[in-house]
Design a protein around this ligand. Structure first.
Ligand SMILES: [Zn+2]
Length: 152
């Protein structure tokens, strides 16, 4: 029912200007597929995939890929308040704590998207949330700090 309502509302979107996404749209006790998240926030699926690349956590061991509602809400809250909080070398941004953190055990996985670009993935030592940081092979050394990076 909710999904149908969201779909019907798409017609008026173009009238509004650069809308901020309301973080409270996602219900924290359920998970969303990319398709459902796109429907809830009234955006294209590609936009949701861009959020994931920007660090929105997913349960990536599940197919279809599921986004925890709590993370979806926290992600948009963080975007509102982020103020260009820069991560230092060795840090990643935790969307749940809304702060840069050194990953647990200073360990990170580098997951390449292309030959030169990928994601560093670590775990927040305080809340256990998966953290992502965009990285390229070219800048990896500057970003690394004291992280031990495993190449996947
Ligand atoms: Zn955290």
């Amino acid at each position: 029912m909710e999904r149908r309502r969201a779909a019907q509302s798409t017609g008026s979107v173009s009238m509004r200007q650069k809308r901020r996404h309301n973080p409270n749209l996602a219900k924290i006790h359920r998970s969303y597929t990319v398709e459902e998240a796109a429907s809830v926030y009234d955006v294209a699926k590609g936009t949701v995939r861009a959020w994931i690349k920007a660090g929105l956590p997913v349960f990536d061991d599940k197919r279809p890929m599921l986004i925890p509602g709590s993370d979806l809400a926290a992600f948009h809250k963080a975007r509102r308040t982020k103020n260009k909080q820069k991560c230092k070398p060795g840090e990643m941004f935790c969307f749940r704590c809304r702060a840069p953190k050194e990953p647990a055990l200073d360990m990170a996985d580098y997951k390449p998207d292309t030959a030169t670009l990928g994601n560093l993935v670590g775990i927040c030592p305080d809340c256990g949330t998966i953290m992502n940081r965009r990285a390229s092979l070219a800048t990896l050394e500057q970003v690394r700090g004291k992280m031990e990076i495993r190449y996947c």
